[in-house]
Design a binder for this molecule. Sequence first.
Ligand code: OGA
Ligand code: MN
Length: 284
Amino acid sequence: MQQKRFRVRPLCKAFGAELTGVDLSRPVDKELYAAIRAAFVDYQLLLFRDQDLSPAGHVAIGRSFGEVQIHVMSQYHADGFPELYFLSNLDEHGEPSGRHPDRGTLAWHSDGSWRRVTGQATMLYAIEVPRVGGETHFCDMYAAYEALGEDMKARVAGLRAVHNLDFSRTRRHGEDPMSEAQRREVPPVDHPVIRTHPETGRKCIFLGDHAETIVGLDYQDGRRLVEEINALAIRPELVYRHVWRPGDLAIWDNRCLMHRATPYDTARERRVMRRCTILGEVPH
Ligand code: OGA
Ligand code: MN
């Protein structure tokens, strides 16, 4: 029988917790699942170390959180599972290629904000990690909202941003753009810049690198405002920097955190990560 309890070690002051004593390669019963789910909502980011997670097991844990995203960029699907997204710098011989698989991940973002139903949770599993760099940083969007001045809060209240994967992909990884069919599948959508978390009722900034402009503003004015709010959202004191070890599984809440990867030497180091994103709801 799966263990019923785990220990919680906070990762930083604001959010994040490592849960120890859980083996996710074994079945997760209802009681344990409920405890993990409650910790996820409370801590925003959960870390499980030393996990031996098969692709099928990864998908199964994803499904326990909800409907799993089938990513439109099907060239990243992993291990025969369209529910998994593979981030690897290795070439067909298994050697570092010198190419970053997705430079869009290097800018602060929220997974799947480019769909009407956005990403709820992401489960990112480390298979191979570089000696230096290739960290993932997380920033608390509840606290970022609270830290906005009253003037800024009033200015952004009611604004909606256009999120567009084609925009961010072209900007960050333009040498490998979306196909026409992929573009058609995910047309731009708009979401509130300040959303209310459906489970905690707390307000948070919901923007990031997939946000292109602001509804109702001139395009360039909207671009500038997106950049301005994105810059205000990221404050060093609200950031947790995760240094990966192989076997780490991080589960985070995309509704109230933004994240980014940091660069590494893609010609010399090896970095292989597997991701599963679970759909949530239409932001309000
Ligand atoms: C992602 C992502 C972070 C990382 O896959 O969406 O942001 O550290 N990855 O690779
Ligand atoms: Mn991401």
